[in-house]
Design a protein around this ligand. Structure first.
Ligand SMILES: [Mg+2]
Length: 258
């Protein structure tokens, strides 16, 4: 029996379209006595919405089992004056943060979405405003720094490009709140009362999921769905402990290899 952190996007669904066998896999993992936590870098849906989305795909879970980046931001930036470039849908999750348009103590960059809202949030005017705040001494935070993610229409540019652009322009380094930050993995393992060395991370992202969890001392399984690319595994230096064709194969793989 182990503690298992499960990525959501690209593991259980792509653009909301379920990946076959997810619900059955979660049931089998629970029956085998594994402790589960769903860890997601999603920045466009609230925790309640995401739990509801997953239940709609036949995956049984409590909302409290989902660990999201806006909640991590709320913890890290509590009581601070923050200029937030994030999707409107998650603003309600940023509890305890004072959202401001100027004189910010911190700039928070969220992830991109698949709707036209992304163009408004990351407009030149907003990015220039963020740059101005950074120049005036605000600290740079981001929900994640992902380069791209897999949608049903193919790979889509993510907000990591804007984070990197602001880091370059303001000559600063962003604090990453979601995967692959150690703080995010630590919080997930703490919630399961688990040691990193005895725990697994399962995801479709060789950087944020696999390399991130390995750097935190965890074991990893990569799924061949979502943003998985064979050449990223073959050419890269990151080696997961296991590779399965999809989440549907995970319970059996763990039975044979753990
Ligand atoms: Mg993913």
């Amino acid at each position: 029996m182990a503690a298992i952190l499960l990525d959501v996007d690209g593991v259980f669904h792509v653009s909301g379209e379920p990946i076959a066998g997810g619900g059955e896999a979660v049931r089998r993992l629970r029956e085998a006595g594994h402790r589960l936590r769903f860890v997601t870098n999603n920045t466009t849906r609230t925790r309640a919405q995401q739990a509801e989305d997953l239940r709609g795909m036949g995956i049984e879970l409590d909302e409290e089992e989902l660990q999201t980046t806006p909640r991590a931001a709320a913890r890290a930036l509590k009581g601070k004056r923050v200029l937030a470039l994030t999707m409107h849908s998650i603003v309600g999750e940023l509890e305890g943060i004072e959202l401001v348009g100027e004189d910010a103590e911190a700039v928070l960059i969220g992830g991109a979405g698949e709707t036209p809202e992304t163009s408004l949030v990351f407009s030149f005017m907003n990015l220039a405003r963020a740059f101005h705040e950074l120049e005036a001494g605000a600290e740079l935070y981001c929900l994640h720094k992902n380069r791209w993610w897999q949608t049903k229409d193919g790979p889509l540019l993510d907000a990591g490009a804007f984070v990197a652009g602001l880091e370059y322009a303001a000559d600063t380094e962003a604090i990453v709140l979601g995967k692959p930050s150690t703080l995010f993995f630590e919080a997930a393992l703490e919630a399961l009362d688990a040691d990193a060395g005895m725990s697994w991370m399962v995801g479709d992202d060789i950087e944020a999921d696999v390399a991130g969890a390995q750097a935190h001392g965890m074991k990893t399984v990569l799924v061949r769905t979502g943003k998985f690319r064979p050449d990223a595994v073959e050419r890269g230096s990151v080696r997961p402990d296991g590779i399965v064709s999809s989440i549907a194969q995970l319970p059996e793989w763990l039975e044979q290899n753990v």
